[in-house]
Ligand binder design. Structure first.
Ligand code: ADP
Length: 391
């Protein structure tokens, strides 16, 4: 072959090789470029996922006092909030299986059911012997968000409210029926002599007073709950508050022939809202009168106990309070067994709760002591701030 042909052939070959190499290089760099784009996209997606997850957790975890857990599709814990840690204890931590962490077969079974696409995702499950409403919501690729709400307090409040309405209805019906019967006797002329008429009118008076007391307590409670009760603290002689409360309730005490002893030094000046403290003390006195059998004794005392504190006490010689009731008497709607079974005198279970609220609004404390022995009665103590420090 001639030299020129050989050169031409070589040049052609070289050109083809160059073209091939260029194309291969270009394809490689295009592939690299697209891989770089894909990686960037994946990174952006992961970032968005992480942000979404953080948003989810913030929304569901931070503000929530309910227990919340995020569970992976294999039912291991990804994350949980403080309430969940408190509820389940030390075993509940990320990486742990739901079953090990919670020791609840029902909860684990529910999570598996919802993860498999099941719809029954809102159940009531007992956790640590307390009823919980458990809701499981699928949380995208992360698996499952489980929320646990403790229902025991709600159920207790619901029960207390139902008891309260039943009590109120009963307490209203009893005096109203009794008033109606007395009024009917008066109308039919059954009371022929003035003494009988006087007795019947006295009965109406007692029942009306009971109704008044109940209406007052309901009003106080409504005011307390709406936060409208404004406390006006002014220097007030304690003996004035005590005598005002006693005078208000004296007819009831006399009706039962109860002896009232008062021991309040005239120089005790408290920082108090006289109307409110009068009401709190009135509730204690009202109970003492109500629970003490005829011819018993009630004693009201006040003394300076520390530099700036005055302690007022009301004691009686009634049946006292059984030890198991002592921690509960200040609870709203609480009534002791005797009172609840209507063997004892009527009431709403609000008097002591209101007294506690009033005393605490004055910066004081209230407590009760009783051996629960009939005749030995109960003593209620509450404190007020002194308007001038005692020497
Ligand atoms: P209520 O008197 O309307 O039932 P309270 O809140 O005033 O409601 O009192 C709650 C419960 O505390 C009463 O039902 C009773 O069991 C108990 N209690 C209160 N004061 C006395 C008292 N002086 N002696 C015996 N039990 C009392």
């Amino acid at each position: 072959m001639d030299l020129p042909w050989l050169i031409a052939l070589f040049a052609l070959f070289a050109a083809l090789a160059c073209a091939y190499l260029w194309r291969r290089e270009r394809a490689h760099s295009l592939k690299l470029e697209s891989e770089r784009h894909a990686a960037e996209r994946a990174f952006r997606d992961a970032d968005a996922d992480a942000r979404k997850r953080a948003e989810y957790l913030n929304a569901h975890f931070a503000a929530d006092s309910d227990a919340v857990m995020l569970i992976a599709p294999d039912r291991t814990i990804i994350q949980l909030n403080d309430s969940a840690r408190t509820l389940f204890g030390e075993w509940a931590k990320p990486g742990q299986t739901l079953m090990t962490a919670t020791r609840s077969v029902e909860l684990d079974e529910m999570a598996a059911h919802v993860l498999a696409g099941g719809e029954d995702n809102d159940r009531q499950i007992m956790i640590n012997n307390l009823p919980h409403r458990v809701r499981a919501v699928t949380a995208g690729p992360y698996g499952l968000a489980i929320e646990l709400k403790d229902l025991s307090e709600l159920q207790r409040l619901g029960r207390a409210r139902r008891d309260f309405i039943a009590n109120i209805s009963h307490e209203l019906r009893t005096p109203l029926t009794s008033i109606r019967l007395v009024v009917e006797s008066l109308l039919t002329g059954a009371a022929r002599d003035p003494a009988t008429t006087q007795g019947l009118l006295q009965k109406i008076n007692t029942e009306v007073r009971a109704l008044e007391q109940m209406a007052q307590e309901l009003l106080d409670l409504a005011q307390i709950e709406s936060g409208q009760a404004i406390v006006k603290l002014l220097p007030t002689p304690v003996d004035q508050i005590v005598y005002d409360a006693i005078e208000r309730l004296r007819p009831q005490a006399e009706h039962k022939s109860l002896r009232l002893h008062v021991n309040v030094p005239p120089d005790l000046i408290a920082l108090a809202d006289a109307d409110l403290v009068n009401r709190a003390l009135g509730n204690l006195l009202h109970n003492a009168i109500k629970f003490t059998p005829p011819h018993g004794e009630i004693c009201v005392q006040a003394r300076a106990v520390a530099g700036d504190t005055i302690e007022v006490s009301v004691s009686d010689t009634g049946p006292g309070i059984p030890p198991q009731d002592l921690p509960r008497v200040f609870e709203r709607f609480f009534r002791g067994d005797r009172a609840r079974r209507n063997e004892g005198p009527g009431g709403t279970g609000l008097g002591l709760a209101i007294a506690k609220h009033v005393v605490e609004a004055h910066g004081g404390t209230i407590r009760v002591e009783s051996a629960g022995v009939p005749g030995k009665g109960a003593t209620f103590y509450f404190t007020l701030l002194s308007s001038a420090p005692q020497p």
